[in-house]
Design a binder for this molecule. Structure first.
Ligand code: AMP
Length: 283
């Protein structure tokens, strides 16, 4: 496995693979790898010949007062894990490589898909995500790009961007990797104190309860939302930011579930903001 830091180096490596007619898979990440990241890399390894993992803490997707400076970074450990997982190249550019001083072009997906949920609480977050992902798609030209269901709204937005802009890449949604007690793996889980870590299971518990209700025949979104709110409210360390039942295309609110829905929530546990979601299907 090699690590490159410049766009020029990365492009010349990809050109060589293309000449040999090898398919290229891209896994965009911000590092601090956990099993969630590794599962994306494994899927890329299985489905493509040449796997590139980008490791870049993208400043444009962090808002003011968010944790850009404090975001966990451990490049050496990440490189070792990527190598063990069979990754071919880690692309770890400096901020100036991606955003030179005169940078002024952004890619933005419009509409409720970006303005609701995370978009409502983190203005400009998705504009930063789509800009950096568009740049990565352009730099690498991958056949397939892998995103986690953990960040469902992000994955849907990236898919929309790629479709709208005719980007020749298949955006693949990979399942959420969870701890044994259900907590979705996240680089931000390291911020949790032992007590908060226990409380953090409330996200998965509330989603599992929602799934159970749907499987028992409940189809009214307001009943499901209320049930999620009740489970979260019973956890003293948890502060619910939103809980919504949405369609699985635009993430617009649903009144009734016909076939399937995405249940999404954001919860603050102490100072740490966690998100999770589940796709629920009617029996
Ligand atoms: P991040 O480094 O947090 O930007 O995440 C990089 C990619 O890994 C994104 O596509 C995330 O959705 C995905 N990811 C993060 N956590 C998980 C998880 N627990 N399971 C599956 N994918 C994940």
């Amino acid at each position: 496995m090699i690590t490159v830091t410049t766009i020029t180096e990365l492009r010349s490596l990809v050109i060589e693979e293309r000449i040999n007619r090898r398919t290229v898979g891209l896994v965009p990440t911000m590092g601090a790898f956990h099993e969630g990241h590794l599962s994306l890399m494994r899927q890329a390894r299985e489905q493509t010949d040449f796997v590139i993992v980008s490791l870049f803490v993208n400043p444009t997707q962090f808002g003011e007062g968010e944790d850009f400076e404090a975001y966990p970074r451990d490049e050496e450990r990440d490189q070792a894990l990527a190598e063990e997982t069979g990754v071919n190249v880690v692309f770890a550019p400096a901020v100036e490589e991606i955003y030179p001083p005169e940078f002024s072009t952004y890619v933005e997906v419009e509409g409720s898909i970006t303005s609701r949920l995370e978009g409502a609480l983190r203005p400009n977050h998705f504009k930063g995500v789509t800009t950096v992902v568009a740049k990565l798609f352009d730099i690498v030209g991958p056949d397939m790009a892998y995103f986690g269901q953990k960040d469902l709204q992000q994955a849907y937005i990236v898919k929309r961007m790629a479709g709208d802009l005719n980007m020749p890449v298949e955006v693949i949604l990979c399942p959420t990797a969870r701890e044994a007690d259900g907590l979705a793996m996240s680089s931000r889980n390291v911020y949790l104190s032992p007590e908060e870590r226990k409380a953090a299971t409330v996200l998965f518990r509330s989603l599992s309860n929602a799934e159970h209700l749907v499987q028992e025949g409940e189809r009214h979104a307001h009943v499901i939302k209320e049930a999620v709110r009740e489970v979260v409210a019973a956890e003293p360390l948890a502060d619910l930011q939103y809980a919504e039942v949405c369609d699985t295309i635009n993430l617009d609110n649903l009144d009734e579930i016909e076939t399937e829905a995405a249940v999404l929530l954001a919860v603050k546990i102490g100072k740490t903001r966690l998100i999770d979601n589940m796709i629920v299907r009617r029996p």
